[in-house]
Design a binder for this molecule. Structure first.
Ligand SMILES: NC(=O)c1ccc[n+]([C@@H]2O[C@H](COP(=O)([O-])OP(=O)(O)OC[C@H]3O[C@@H](n4cnc5c(N)ncnc54)[C@H](O)[C@@H]3O)[C@@H](O)[C@H]2O)c1
Ligand SMILES: O=C(O)CC[C@@H](O)C(=O)O
Length: 528
């Protein structure tokens, strides 16, 4: 089957080579679509690749009936409605590393241009004014740079600023004294950093918490004559407050690569000579564009080929080494989920997933999501995937708990999925046998040893002579071949189970007849 990828913002042609090369992928490049045009087109596509221009809104996502993945060639995903994507089971991936250098270099270019009035002096000279007095600058050496947000780009800027012999102080909620020491920089609270800095540079994402982080009160805490740079996201600095701070001479200069509304050409800040600006060019280098397009294209190709994405945004990412270890359990987890969902009756209220043996050493979130996917698929259909499984469980009011225990009942690993409904509790456990693959080893309290695949029938009956024979005879009459059969009982003459694997799905007629046989309490067909 050919999968269709739409690229709706300009991406490096060299960078999208992995997509062009993939045999089962057809690429359409259509940049400059209006939101209405995109909404009309999107249904035909399996993947969408964007930069920062395309707004991937809830409306677009709701129209995107076939969309499986949105790739953001860059870092910031504030142009993508992540909640809507998650709800619809669409994975969002980005390219977090590819433009770090370019954004850091652009930030340094802004800081140096501000310090030496380069854009203003250039502009004057182009207008035939040779003015050496007006454009006297300041040195960076021994000045203090305050870095707000010490992630990938903030850290690269800090390293470069040290090369300029600046003192660097940073604020980041994750910055420890030890880390700051290792980097040879100072650290403090936001207020302390703002108060010490001669230059301030912002490198946080735009989040609810960082919207207008630099506001009127923040400007009041800064030194007089401070210069400020924003190459992160418009909206982190309150533009009205910045305007007032410049007009009131609190702020001597501002370098802006990003704005609250983009694109923008008419803006009161652009009227001020103290403001230098670029039209969101931080990541606009040949190298960065190629790099982010390659990263995101690889993720899209891998994901559409049934593999894993390296940089998921709406799923916790798991280190490659961990992923290699837990991936073999994905299949088992999903099959256990499907199995137990077939056994349960009533309204699902609580799911407990027990990890035992060597599984306790792993990050088990991805396994839980696979188990939930299997569990929910029965009622919610195939649109449940590991992106939206946890969200959908939560929306259905199902409590999900993970438990880790070292006792694995003799197995090296054991995964148990237990479901509580308003009418009872059912559970199933499985293991991964070295060299032999996945096995179901426990259903409720009965030990079994069954491959989790194909068509099965789970029968509860009274432990009586003839019960097994009657089931065999009936299935033979219905021309249903039994591939394997296992039996178990609580005690002689008490409750017992049969687990059959059969060569085809158990049709309604056979199911009804089986259920009516004497000593049979319940018959559950399960297709894994
Ligand atoms: N101008 C451009 O073209 C361009 C290019 C690339 C990235 N960006 C933007 O740059 C920003 C940083 O990117 P990155 O790759 O370094 O991201 P990152 O995730 O590596 O770093 C962000 C850092 O901000 C910190 N942070 C979060 N909330 C904070 C707060 N309230 N106060 C202080 N720190 C806070 C985080 O802890 C993290 O360390 C993002 O907004 C990204 O979208 C812009
Ligand atoms: O696509 C761009 O050029 C901007 C990218 C940048 O803002 C980012 O967040 O990665």
């Amino acid at each position: 089957m050919v999968l269709k990828v739409l690229i709706s913002d300009p991406l490096s042609e060299d960078g999208i080579y992995p997509l062009r090369q993939a045999e089962h992928i057809e690429v359409t490049v259509d940049t400059g679509l209006t939101p209405e045009e995109l909404a009309e087109k999107i249904e035909a596509f399996d993947a969408l690749l964007v930069r920062s221009q395309t707004q991937v809104t809830r409306e677009i996502i709701e129209k995107a009936k076939n969309l499986k993945i949105v790739g953001r060639a860059g870092v910031g995903v504030d142009n993508i409605d992540l909640d809507a994507a998650t709800e619809h089971g669409i994975i969002v991936v980005n390219a977090p590393d590819g433009n770090t250098n370019s954004a850091a270099e652009h930030t340094m270019a802004m800081i140096m241009s501000l310090a030496r009035n380069i854009p203003q002096a250039y502009h004057a000279l182009k207008n035939k004014k040779w003015d050496r007095k007006k454009y006297v600058g300041v040195e960076l050496k021994n000045k203090t740079l305050g870095v707000v947000g010490l992630g990938r780009i903030g850290a690269e800027v800090a390293a470069r600023a040290k090369g300029q012999r600046m003192n660097v102080v940073a604020y980041d909620p994750f910055l420890t004294e030890e880390k700051a020491e290792k980097m040879g920089i100072g650290y403090g609270t936001l207020e302390e950093v703002l108060a010490q800095a001669d230059f301030i540079t912002i490198h946080t994402p735009l989040l609810k918490e960082t919207k207008h982080l630099i506001n009127k009160e923040a400007f009041e805490k800064m030194k007089d004559g401070v210069q400020i740079v924003n190459c992160a996201r418009g909206g982190i600095i309150d533009e009205d407050a910045l305007y007032d701070a410049i007009v009131n001479k609190k702020v001597a200069g501002a370098g802006l690569d990003v704005f609250e509304q983009e694109p923008v050409t008419d803006h009161k800040l652009l009227e001020l000579p103290e403001v230098i600006a670029t039209p969101h060019l931080g990541a606009s280098t040949v190298e960065a564009q190629e790099s982010v397009a390659i990263d995101v294209s690889h993720d899209v190709v891998n994901f559409l080929s049934g593999g894993l994405a390296k940089n998921p945004v709406n799923l916790p990412s798991v280190a490659k080494e961990v992923m290699n270890k837990i991936e073999p359990y994905f299949y088992l987890a999903e099959k256990l989920g499907v199995f137990v969902s077939n056994l349960t009756q009533g309204v699902m209220e609580e799911v407990n997933i027990y990890y035992s043996g060597e599984l306790t050493d792993f990050e088990v979130g991805p396994l839980t999501r696979n188990a939930l996917k299997g569990l929910l698929k029965r009622h919610l259909g195939d649109h449940v995937n590991d992106v939206n499984a946890a969200f959908l469980a939560d929306r259905k009011g199902i409590e999900v708990h993970e438990h880790k225990s070292s006792s694995a009942k003799g197995f090296t690993n054991l995964l148990t999925v237990e479901v509580k409904t308003n009418v009872g509790t059912r559970k199933v456990a499985g293991t991964l046998l070295n060299g032999l693959g996945a096995r179901i080893v426990l259903v409720d309290t009965y030990s079994v040893d069954v491959l989790p695949e194909g068509h099965m029938v789970f029968i509860r009956h009274k432990d009586q002579p003839g019960a097994i024979g009657r089931v065999g005879t009936l299935l033979a009459r219905e021309e249903i071949n039994i591939a394997t059969m296992q039996v178990g009982r609580s005690n002689a003459g008490g409750d017992a189970i049969m687990m059959l694997t059969i060569d085809k799905h158990l049709e309604r007629r056979a199911l009804d007849q089986l259920s009516q046989l004497s000593d049979i309490y319940g018959v559950t067909p399960i297709d894994l």
